[in-house]
Design a protein around this ligand. Sequence first.
Ligand code: F6R
Length: 584
Amino acid sequence: MCGIIGYNGKDNAIPYLLDGIKNLEYRGYDSFGCAIDSNGELVIKKDVGRIDNIINKYKLQDLSANKAIMHTRWATTGGIEQKNAHPIADCYNRIAVAHNGIIENWKELKEGLSEHNIKSDTDTEVLAHLIENELKAGKDLKSAVADASRPIKGMSSFIVLDTKNDDLVAVKKGSPLVMGLSKNGNFVSSDVPSFIKYTNKVIYLSDGDVVSIGKDSYSIENLNGEKRPHVVTTANMSVKSVEKGDYKHFMLKEIMEQPSLIKKIKDSGFEEVEKAASLIQKQGTIYITGAGTSFHAARLGARVFREYGINAIPVQGQDIPSYKKVISDRDVFIIISQSGETADIINILPIIKNNKKIGIINNQESALSREVDALIPMGAGTEKSVAATKTFTLSAIYITMLAMIYAGKKEEAIRELKLLDIDMYNVFVPSVISAINNVAEKIKDLESVLLFGRDYDYIIALEGALKLKEITYIHAEAVDSSTFKHGPLALISDSTYSISFVSKALRQVMLSNVQEVKTRKGKIIGISDSNSDLFDLFIKVPEEGLFSFIPKAIVMQLLSYKVAALKGLDMDHPRNLAKVVTVL
Ligand code: F6R
C-alpha cells in the first residue's frame, strides 16, 4: 500500500508532485510527507493526516525545488505517528527515502545498524541506513542503493533523494513503479494517474530495475549495474478519467459511469473472453478466485458455471494455499482483481505456477496481468474510490460471459446483456433514487443492518453488506435466507432493520421468510421488482433475465453512498482502508 512519487527536472517539482500525490491518495492516507533538495540541503516536511491539511499546515505550496519526492502512507510497520511518516532520512540528513511495500526482514537488518540513530519504528528506516552505509563505503548513489536493496526481503519499491547527487534513484522489487518522461523533467511513481496531466510517455518498470532519474536523462539497470531493456509506451488514459469532474466524490462518478461501461461491453466482440474460454480444460477443476468484492464476483461466476452444469469452485485468494495438495496441473484458475496487485493473489502465484491462469483484471499493467495466460481486461478505466463499484459490475459481467461462452451459450449471453442494458435505464430514475434516499434516512443512525437473500441474491447481499460496512461503518451482515432459521433469526427484534432481496423466481419463499421476520416485529426494506404489504420500505429494481443481480448491486452502491453522505463521511477514503492491499 502507500503511494510514492518523485520528479527531477527543469521546472519546480512542488506543484507537479502535490497534484500527483493527491492522485495516489487512494493507496493510503494515514500520513503524508515530502523531501526536497533545497540547494544541497535536505528539507523534510511530514505529518499525520490528510494531504490537503498537511499542505496548508506547512505551506508546502510555497516550497520550490527541481528535485523532490513525496509519500502518502498506509501504516504497516510503525504506528500512525509523525516520526513514522515518510520520507525517512539517514543519520546525516543527506538522503531521504519514500517507500511502498514491506521489508519482511527489517528487524534482523536493524540489528546490524546499532551504531545508527534510528528515529522511527518503520521498516523503511532500515533501508535509509543501509544506503548510508554503502555511501560511506565510497559507492556512487546508484550502486549504494542497489547494494542496500539486495538483502531486503518482501515486496517493495522506493525512491531515494540524495542532496549530494543530481539524480533521483528508484528501485522496483515487487511493488509497482512507473516512470513518466516529459520535455521538462522525469517522474517516477506508483501509478500513471499521478502524472498523466503532464505526460503520457510511460515506462512500466520491471522487478529488479534500478533507475537513475536525471533532469533530462534516465538509465535503467539491474542490481549488478547491467543495462536493462525497457519500452516507452503511450499511456491510453485521459486526464478526465482520473478527475472527479462535476461529481462531489469519485465513488458517485464511478457508480454513474456504469451504464455507459455496460453498453461498451455489449458492443464488444468478446474475443478475449472466447480466447480465455478455450484455455479451460474439460478434465480439470475450475477455481475462481479473488479477494473482497472481487471474490463476490468470483462467487457469482461460479454460480453461473453451475447453472450450465459445469463445476467451478469459488475460493478466496487467502484460502488457495490450503488447496495446495488437491490442485492438479490440469486445473484452471480464473483470477478476478481490479488492481492486479492484491497481496493475497500475488502470494498464490507460486502455488499455481503450472496451472493455466485466466485474469479478469482492470489494471492491465499490473504484476498479475503479466502472469496470466489469458487476460480479459475489465476496461473500467481508473477506479479511485476505495469501495469497488464499477469494477464489481464489469467483472461480474465478464465472468458470466466467460461461463456462458465456455458452455456454448454466447448468443444467449448477448441476449441477456441486452436486457441488462434496458434494466439499467430504470435504475437511475428519480423514483428509484428517491426511494434509496428515503431508506438512507431511515438506516443512517442504525448500528446494525441485516441483508437477506437466496442464491444469486445472497451473493449480492454479501457485496451490499461489504459496501455498507466499508463506507458507512454500520455493521452489516449478509444472511442466506435459506439458513436463517438455523441461527440468525435470533437476531430479529422490534429494533432490527433487514434489507431483503426478493427476486421473481424466489418470491414465494422469500416472502414467507420476510413474514417470519415481520412476525417477530422486525422492519423490512424490500428490494424487488414489485412491492409487498410486508415491506416497511421499498426500493423497486427492474428485473429481466440473468443479469438482474447487477441493478440490485448498484442500488446497494447508491444506498451506501447516500448513507455515508448523510453521515458526513468521506466515502472515497474510508477509515483504516486503502484501495490496493499489497500486504498480507
Ligand atoms: C471493496 C474492495 C475490496 C477489494 C479487494 C480486492 O469495495 O474494494 O474488497 O475488492 O481488496 O482488490 P482487487 O480487486 O484490486 O484485487
